[in-house]
Design a protein around this ligand. Structure first.
Ligand code: ADP
Length: 397
């Protein structure tokens, strides 16, 4: 089966053509500068080509992707009919989606209704869906939500301690994000252990970071909230912060709430604290060269991640497994070691040699650690392709 996985942003669109059975990716690429001019970067086998193609809207971007996929020289399929289904990443499913869904009118309406919750991403995701419907009307499409995996949280985890009317009238609650990644890691861990009944905390540490408390394969709590701004500090996001900070800054500098939130989303976190970079490689280089701001940013990050692991271990009444994934989680032995150092009190013990690994699935805890610690590379595209396959096959029956 060939599934085209689409991740549409406001001016970009990433794609992968993959086999959900094997995870093999036959081609992938990126459309950039949509609505500005348009550039396609396409990779297959060990080749990469770049083309300037006018992309006034997402429709032209999708058409360019389909054209290159069937190109006799650069393509990997002979006809668009060889694409069996399309899987779309959608940011916010609100309370309407606890699972992926086949795209139909009701699904599109529900994604539209979630726009107030995901004002930056949902409109772009919808443009990707509509563009595919226009150019490949007979191919089934599936929407996979970043929030869906978290819908099993109990009310005590997802409700904010504010007047109930804001929840009942306005759907204000914790939703959580990176759900596709957390779900993938939970499933992979269950495969590795050959059982489902265990408790784990997954640390998705990348440019955006979130942690998830998972019991028997289901989410019980997660660190992001109504928006991805909440939780641990990130590349450019502040993470959890006292709302009075916003009031103080807005009053003192005559800033609007929206501008202050932009500062918290784009200029804070590792970038804001270090004044150097949001990239952990730059921060590690800076810290090693004696930059104390870089060192503090890294220390703050590991401290906050460890605090969340501790909180979730308490929420789950103990954990069996701790997993690290995404850019920093997969490639940052120093970060993993610093986080685990705080967790010695609960019997977490790394094997320093095994921890010295990057980008590969590995058990990195010592044999006598009371919690197994793993590095598991995430694969959100594969999760999207598999959900797409499952729903499309079920609809055929
Ligand atoms: P995104 O949230 O954009 O998907 P990623 O999961 O790709 O982000 O993570 C990006 C982060 O991963 C960057 O801060 C980068 O520095 C970090 N990273 C990638 N490779 C390494 C590495 N070899 N060592 C340390 N950090 C790394």
């Amino acid at each position: 089966m060939n599934v085209l996985v689409i991740n549409a942003g406001s001016s970009s669109l990433k794609y992968q053509l993959m086999d959900p059975e094997t995870g093999a990716v036959s081609a992938k690429g990126l459309c950039e500068r949509i609505a500005i001019d348009g550039r396609l970067t396409h990779k297959f086998a060990d080749k990469k080509i770049e083309r300037e193609i006018p992309m006034p809207t997402h429709s032209e971007a999708i058409s360019a992707v389909l054209e290159i996929l069937v190109d006799p020289e650069y393509g990997v399929i002979h006809s668009v009919d060889e694409i069996d289904a399309v899987g779309h990443r959608v940011l916010h499913g609100g309370m309407k989606f606890s699972d992926s869904c086949i795209v139909d009118d009701a699904c599109i309406e529900a994604i539209e209704a979630c726009i107030p919750l995901g004002p930056l991403h949902n409109p772009a995701n919808l443009m990707g869906i509509r563009a595919c419907q226009a150019v490949m009307p007979n191919t089934p499409q599936v929407a996979v939500f970043d929030t869906a995996f978290h819908m099993t949280m109990p009310p005590k985890a997802y409700r904010y301690a504010i007047p109930t009317a804001y929840y009942e009238n306005d759907d204000i609650r914790r939703y959580g994000f990176h759900g596709t990644s957390h779900k993938y890691i939970a499933r992979r861990m269950a495969e590795i252990l050959g059982k489902k009944d265990f408790k784990m905390v997954n640390c998705h540490l990348g440019n955006g970071s979130s942690l998830c408390a998972i019991e028997n394969g289901a989410c019980r709590d997660t660190s992001m909230g109504l928006s991805p701004l909440a939780g641990v500090p990130m590349g450019t996001r502040s993470g959890d912060i006292d709302p009075c900070v916003v009031q103080f800054i807005c009053n003192k500098y005559g800033m609007s709430v929206d501008d202050c939130l932009t500062m918290l989303n784009k200029k804070s976190g590792m970038l804001g604290m270090s004044g150097v970079s949001s990239d952990f490689r730059d921060l590690e280089a800076g810290a090693n060269a004696g930059n104390t701001d870089c060192r503090l940013a890294l220390d703050k990050f590991c401290y906050e991640v460890a605090k969340y692991v501790g909180a979730y271990a308490a929420a789950l009444n103990g954990i069996d497994v701790l997993t690290f994934t995404a850019g920093v989680g997969e490639n940052g032995p120093t970060t993993r070691a610093a986080v685990c150092e705080y967790l010695g009190f609960m019997g977490v013990k790394l094997d320093p040699e095994k921890n010295n690994t990057r980008g590969k699935e590995a058990l990195i805890s010592a044999p006598d650690s009371s919690v197994q610690v793993w590095v598991i590379p995430t694969n959100e595209e594969l999760m999207i392709a598999q959900d797409t396959r499952d729903l499309v096959n079920a609809a055929k029956k």
